[in-house]
Design a protein around this ligand. Structure first.
Ligand code: SF4
Length: 336
């Protein structure tokens, strides 16, 4: 099955946003398979969950400083290895990554598992808890099927005078240009200038083969991932990247990883230093999707990460590689 990304994005956007009332469909975790995987029960009447982001990794996989370091920097907190975040999850995604830890039934704007919620209701729920985390994470799903969600949340936080106390973080699978299609110039300006916001963009592979294998989308959309992150960087948003390295065939890993890093550097010389490889692990929903190809892909990611590390060692000094991810300045905007 190959997903028609354009058609599915349009269908899920239609089902996920109520522009008139400024609401979108948010997952309620109660009575879902995902609820069983959570280490703590859902909060916010089922519409939220607390996530503990941790820097450390198992084995030799690089540590993940996201979103810990950007949040600590923005909030003026001491560096730490763990941060709590209030997560809200949009109820639709236009891709179907086999390694997604969200059950697919929670990605189709399913009315059984989601309800219409406004940013005001979400912030009310967030504040109505004993110890609200200082970070809110807008995740999915693909939050940018409803790109209005981010500026709506920013406006709501500003309205309540919380824009300097709460760090806002959102995910983007780099699948469409809805951000520019549907946001007004005023919205773009708000997102670009909001004081405490970071966005992580996910490369779903390091070549078109791994991308298509991972997402079920058309392989040529891998190229569009680079175009989209470049446009976001040009706006001046505080952008970071994730990359997944699962691939079924091991034959071209070294050469293709070199090309992947070339392409990141073509956007900005230091973008690879703001890119964090994610180790894919077999969480509960993933176990049911494993087959010979995905098992091989899980193994091959460990070859790919070695190729990634070698590329970075060849291109950056030890000092450059050991900088905090928040100290890596990108120059994309200034170059325009
Ligand atoms: S893009 Fe993200 S939310 Fe969508 S299926 Fe892939 S991992 Fe899951």
């Amino acid at each position: 099955m190959v997903i028609d990304t354009e058609a599915l994005s349009a269908r899920y956007r239609e089902a996920s946003v109520d522009l008139y009332s400024k609401r979108l469909r948010i997952t309620n975790f109660h009575n879902t398979q995902q609820e069983n995987d959570l280490t703590e029960p859902p909060n916010c009447k089922g519409f939220g969950r607390i996530r503990h982001f941790r820097r450390s990794s198992n084995n030799d996989w690089p540590c993940n400083p996201l979103p810990i370091d950007p949040a600590c920097r923005a909030l003026g907190l001491q560096a730490t290895n763990m941060i709590r975040a209030q997560v809200f999850q949009s109820a639709a995604c236009n891709w179907r990554c086999w390694y997604c830890f969200v059950p697919f039934e929670l990605l189709s704007a399913n009315r059984k598992y989601s309800e219409w919620m406004s940013p005001s209701q979400l912030i009310d729920l967030y504040l109505d808890q004993p110890d609200p985390p200082s970070m809110i994470d807008l995740t999915g799903g693909q939050p940018d099927l409803v790109p209005e969600w981010v500026p709506w949340m920013m406006a709501e936080l500003k309205e309540r005078g919380l824009e300097r106390q709460v760090y806002l973080w959102s995910d983007d699978n780099l699948s469409n240009d809805y951000f520019w299609q549907f946001l007004s110039d005023a919205d773009l300006e708000l997102v670009a200038t909001y004081p405490k916001y970071g966005r992580v963009c996910c490369f779903k592979g390091f070549n078109s083969e791994s991308f298509a294998f991972n997402t079920c989308a058309e392989p040529d959309l891998f190229d569009r991932q680079f175009q989209l992150i470049k446009r976001l960087l040009e706006l001046g948003i505080d952008i970071y990247a994730y990359a997944t390295f699962t691939i079924p065939a091991a034959s071209e890993i070294v050469a293709d990883m070199a090309r992947f890093v070339d392409r990141l550097q073509a956007i900005d010389h230091d973008l690879p230093l703001r890119t964090v490889p994610l180790e894919i692990q077999a969480f509960t929903p993933v176990k049911g999707r494993l087959n010979d190809g995905t098992q091989a892909a899980l193994r091959n990611q460990y070859l790919a990460i070695e190729a990634w590390k070698t590329e970075l060692e060849n291109r950056y000094s030890c000092i450059e590689r050991s900088q905090s991810i928040t100290d890596i300045s990108l120059h994309t905007k200034q170059l325009l």
